[in-house]
Design a binder for this molecule. Structure first.
Ligand code: AKG
Length: 285
């Protein structure tokens, strides 16, 4: 099972992520990782509560998180796959910590729609809070591939907009379904068909959506891995999702989370490479 990315992370990947806040990464994980994760996903689907926490979107779709806390393939994938390196190199971090994983499986004919949202429930501020969504099945238009609003993270960063408790309470997304038909909408809708072993990496501020699975035969399965990089700080506010096992409200506001058992360091840029991350004064203001 590969420990380094199966294909190189290129300057184009880095630039696409910087500009669009989302990038498609082809064939990053080998067949053995994928087969073992596919098998484990079936075991989770058969008995979700035995493996992790079921989320509000659990029902017609299998939606189970915190799988990596138990010994097994999900945990091995965090510590021994190239997931951390892939994320660190694309987002230009020097250190990557694991935070949260989440399996999403839409069985054939599942009507579950994941409405437009960004991952604004995480208990952090900052910009390096990405989601690496690894395809464990073929993913296409029919079975519910994920769509994204490319570039929207720039608007959120430039205007300080984040909804929910991490924001000021006034920010709302536009109705993206209406904006699809608006030729003057300044952002692009993007999506990719994926094969097992491909992944999409997206920024915390990128709105995303997936429709139901219309396929008669083909389940759509992805493993979302949420990580944090150097530019990520505690946001100890009521209503945000705590790191399981930690008291969120007693964490230091605006301070980078210390690596530890619940937020382990899973990748560090090699010492002989130039640092990628330069802290800005404002980040610590
Ligand atoms: O798998 C999906 O359709 C939705 C994934 C998602 O919303 C997420 O990973 O945050």
């Amino acid at each position: 099972m590969n420990e380094r990315p199966l294909n190189p992370i290129t300057a184009e990947h880095i630039e696409a992520y910087r500009a669009d806040g989302v990038v498609c990464l082809r064939q990053m994980f080998d067949a053995e990782w994928i087969e073992r994760l596919q098998q484990a996903a079936l075991e989770v689907a058969a008995d979700p509560a035995a493996h992790g926490l079921t989320g509000p979107s659990h029902g017609a779709m299998i939606s189970v998180s915190h799988l990596w806390h138990k010994p097994g393939i999900f945990r091995d994938f965090v510590f021994n796959s190239p997931a951390g390196e892939i994320v660190g190199r694309v987002i230009e971090a020097d250190n990557v910590q694991m935070f949260h994983d989440h399996l999403f499986r839409k069985p054939p004919k599942s009507p579950s729609i994941m409405q437009w949202h960004a991952d604004h429930l995480w208990p952090f501020t900052g910009t390096m809070i990405p989601n690496l969504w690894v395809a464990l099945s073929p993913v296409n238009e029919e079975n519910g591939r994920i769509e994204f609003v490319a570039g929207y993270h720039r608007f959120c960063i430039d205007t300080g907009s984040r909804f929910g408790p991490a924001g000021d309470g006034t920010f709302r997304f536009p109705d993206f379904e209406t904006e699809r038909g608006n030729p003057d909408f300044p952002f692009r809708f993007v999506t990719w068909d994926l094969q097992p072993g491909d992944a999409v990496l997206f920024h915390v501020d990128i709105p995303h959506y997936s429709k139901g699975n219309d396929s008669e035969m083909l389940a759509r399965t992805g493993l979302a891995m949420r990580m944090i990089g150097d530019d990520c700080y505690w946001c100890p506010r009521e209503g945000l999702m705590p790191v399981q096992g930690m008291d969120l409200l007693s964490q230091p506001d605006g301070v980078h989370p210390e690596p530890g058992e619940l937020l382990p360091l899973i990748w560090r840029r090699p010492e002989d490479e130039p640092r990628a991350f330069t802290p800005c004064k404002e980040q610590f203001a």
